[in-house]
Design a protein around this ligand. Structure first.
Ligand code: GLA
Length: 384
């Protein structure tokens, strides 16, 4: 946790005056439902107690000045010259500014200080958290009267246009809309959603970070999305009413996609099955049947690894290893893939022992550190 006071003090050190607002926007986990969001399917995420924090203040001119604590880096640009830049990190801010301006928002210059405790590149959506923190902060600073859900949509578009990843809505939605101690069952077709209590009793959610940074992830992500769209196109030739993989059955895939393109078929089949797994897991969660939730997580990992091909040896190793312990009832890779964290449902009393046993073996095998992250389901974006 970073306090409001810490952000205010650091902002003041950088910019020479105190910020008017401090906003916290969290990273997210997802219990199950991966690569379903951009296929109009379901997801089951929630925000965590690790977040991006921004302090903001108005300026009298039209300059934006940014300071990112994680990179000890400063950046400035006039509002009239907003465009993607090479430095990387400012794009998450500039993309949101660009979206706001194209919606007709009347922005002025501002200063923004950015800090956070969401590990970067770990699949916990630090970028979505930043986009939503920026959207929320500018909404308050300039009285834009934008609804929460639109802040999520603006963040998603910023990711498309300024980060080049054609992501779904899950990460931004979870960052903005989550509720403490609950998960959100979100229907990505129409953004209808409901909160489900996350009652874990003797169990806890433990993340294990491979510390593999996914360098090729964005192009592979866009490739997967293209495969899904191709599957839909093939089915549409027979069923013009089909809009997305949400409308597609396994039979349709078998008959109309498999004979034409086996790879596209395998990818689409994963998505259709992942929605089924999510629904099973969600029903089980409502009945307090964590064992079934966990089993669906293990099955999801198999699909993500073998069929959707978004895992990596490090993630597979971690999931395989924890399977041998009865205290771990579910595990899978989480998020876009190719690195980042696994999410594990583990007996509370076993968490530390698990990490103690696993870390040296992992480190020897891959020459990488293994980081354990305990997370608590938390509230979405808020003004501190
Ligand atoms: C990334 C994207 C999300 C989602 C996941 C995979 O986190 O940003 O929209 O597609 O991958 O489920």
């Amino acid at each position: 946790m970073i306090s409001k006071q810490q952000i205010e003090e650091k902002y003041t050190t950088v910019f020479g005056y105190a910020p008017t607002h401090v906003v916290r926007s969290p990273g997210r986990i997802n219990i199950i439902g991966e690569h379903t969001d951009y296929n109009e399917g379901f997801v089951l995420p929630t925000a965590i107690d690790k977040a991006i924090y921004v302090g903001v203040g108005k300026r009298d001119d039209n300059i934006i000045r940014l300071y990112a604590e994680d990179f000890a880096a400063y950046f400035e640009i006039p509002l009239t010259e907003i465009q993607p830049v090479e430095q990387g990190w400012p794009n998450y801010v500039l993309g949101v500014v660009d979206q706001l301006q194209s919606r007709g928002a009347n922005l002025k210059g501002f200063d923004m200080y950015i800090d956070g405790d969401v590990p970067l590149g770990a699949g916990l959506s630090s970028s979505a958290a930043l986009e939503c923190a920026v959207g929320f902060a500018l909404n308050v600073l300039f009285d834009l009267e934008i609804e929460r859900v639109d802040i999520a949509k603006i963040g998603q578009l910023a990711e498309h246009t300024y980060a080049g990843v054609k992501c779904g809505i899950m990460d931004q939605f979870a960052s903005v809309m989550s509720k403490a101690d609950h998960v959100v069952k979100l229907d990505c077709r129409d953004l209808s959603f409901s909160y489900k209590p996350l009652e874990l009793d003797d169990y806890a959610i433990l993340l294990l970070n491979t510390n593999v940074k996914h360098s090729l992830a964005s192009s592979a992500y866009n490739d997967r999305r293209a495969s899904c769209e191709e599957g839909v196109r093939l089915v549409q030739q027979q069923f013009p009413e089909v809009k997305s993989l949400r409308d597609v059955t396994l039979d349709m895939l078998e008959t109309h996609v498999k004979p034409v393109d086996l790879d596209v078929y395998t990818k689409c089949r994963f998505v259709v099955e992942e929605n089924e797994r999510l629904n099973k897991a969600c029903d089980a969660l409502e009945q307090g049947d964590l064992e079934t939730v966990g089993q669906q997580m293990f099955c999801a990992h198999e699909g993500l690894s073998a069929a959707y091909e978004v895992s990596c040896p490090e993630l597979d190793f971690l999931v395989d290893y924890v399977k041998s312990f009865p205290e771990v009832i579910g595990a899978r890779m989480m998020g876009g893939g190719f690195g980042g964290c696994t999410i594990n449902l583990v007996k509370k009393s076993f968490q530390d022992l698990l990490v103690e046993r696993l870390a040296p073996i992992y480190e020897k095998q891959f020459n990488l550190e293994l980081t354990a992250i305990k997370v608590i389901p938390s509230n979405g974006t808020e003004l501190l």
